[in-house]
Design a protein around this ligand. Structure first.
Ligand code: NCD
Ligand code: ZN
Length: 356
């Protein structure tokens, strides 16, 4: 991809004004949890790619349209936000259904979850060959494929699952479908950074706020910390460093996707705790903190607001947001009746405030 948008505006030290960003990977859930979490995303981001891993998963145009309406209904009056809907690929999904949803504008992309790779993925694809017909159709109509990049074989170590996915599944898919646009979601390894850098312009990756900040020690040293547990699981420090370098590189193949994935505190703090980190409330502050630490605040706008729309072939947002450098203590929990969630950065000072 040519790089015409990266002339970065110089940023003053304490106030950042950016083109309004989008979140290219988020879990908004359904029911009470949707009502609780949707506006945290909508207040910071103009658009978001909404993951389809509900129970049951979103597999048809009609289900996606109905979910989109529930998301909009969960927002306060006057909030301007565009949920971009995705379909969940299963072994038996009908390519014509997907194509209809894409042509009508209800569906923006399809999500590939290898079966049982993560939360609510039991209906995922058991063998990628089974959906080659769907991928053929997606390539033909130029509909992006979003990939959860982990293999699931019981004999493959969880820390190796992303790297092996590249070799066993994604490499062959890209070879077989050279014009298919693919987003490797929430990358966590140096291997994925290289894979995307070295790959064709049809492949891009999202990077979460949390994988830029935590490594596996943050999850496991001095006690097991369930709120740092997500999938793909955080890896060694050197992988985190590779992600940080990629995020601030100005390479338009890397863009923002929070993978914000709320779970109840009781479901995280359990003998079999759920995977997922709820970063939506302070997502932009967290990215700003990382970019500041990397001495690259002037690159945040490209990563957060330009490279994603460019890949998705959507217009850039017109509005702006302001982030101010100032202490902000993140609460230990966010609570409404029936819901208690520990957000990312709980109990820390994130150092920036999102002012809208
Ligand atoms: C996500 C969830 O909870 O839905 N969890 C996570 O750890 N990221 C699923 C996913 O994206 O893998
Ligand atoms: Zn996700």
């Amino acid at each position: 991809m040519t790089d015409t948008l990266t002339a970065p505006a110089p940023q003053t030290k304490d106030v950042l004004t950016l083109r309004q960003p989008d979140d290219w990977h988020v879990h908004l859930r359904d029911g009470d949890m949707l009502n609780f979490c949707a506006d945290y995303t909508a207040r910071q981001f103009a658009r978001a790619i909404v993951m389809p891993n509900l129970v049951p998963p979103i597999t048809t145009e009609a289900m996606a349209a109905a979910y989109r309406d529930r998301i909009l209904a969960a927002l306060p009056e006057g909030r301007v936000f565009e949920p971009l809907m995705t379909a969940y690929l299963t072994d038996t999904i009908d390519p014509e259904e997907i194509a209809r949803g894409f042509k009508s504008g209800v569906l923006t992309a399809c999500k590939l979850y290898p079966a049982n790779a993560t939360t609510n993925s039991a209906h995922g694809v058991s063998d990628v060959k089974k959906i080659y017909g769907v991928l053929e159709k997606m390539q033909e109509i130029d509909m992006p494929l979003l990939v959860h990049g982990e293999v699931v074989s019981a004999d493959i170590d969880i820390f190796d699952r992303e790297a092996i996915f590249l070799e066993q599944i994604l490499g062959p898919v890209i070879q077989a479908f050279p014009r298919l646009r693919v987003v490797l979601e929430h990358i966590t390894t140096e291997d994925s950074v290289r894979f995307v850098e070295d790959g064709p312009d049809t492949i891009a990756a999202t990077i979460t706020a949390h994988h830029l900040r935590i490594d596996r020690n943050d999850m496991l040293v001095g006690g097991i910390r369930p709120h740092a547990y997500c999938l793909p699981v955080a890896k060694r420090r050197r992988h985190r460093e590779a992600l940080r370098a990629a995020a601030v590189s100005g390479n338009p193949k890397f863009f923002l996707g929070t993978d914000s994935a709320p779970h109840q505190r009781k479901d995280k703090e359990s003998a079999c705790g759920c995977a997922g980190i709820f970063s939506a409330p302070n997502a932009m502050e967290s990215y700003a903190k990382t970019f500041e630490e990397m001495g690259a605040l002037e690159r945040l706008e490209g990563f957060a607001s330009e490279f994603g729309p460019r890949f998705y072939q959507l217009p850039l947002n017109e509005g702006t947001i302001t982030l101010r450098r100032r202490p902000q203590a993140i609460p230990d929990t966010l609570t409404v009746p029936g819901i208690e969630i520990v957000p990312f950065h709980a109990g820390e000072d994130v150092g920036w405030v999102f002012e809208g």
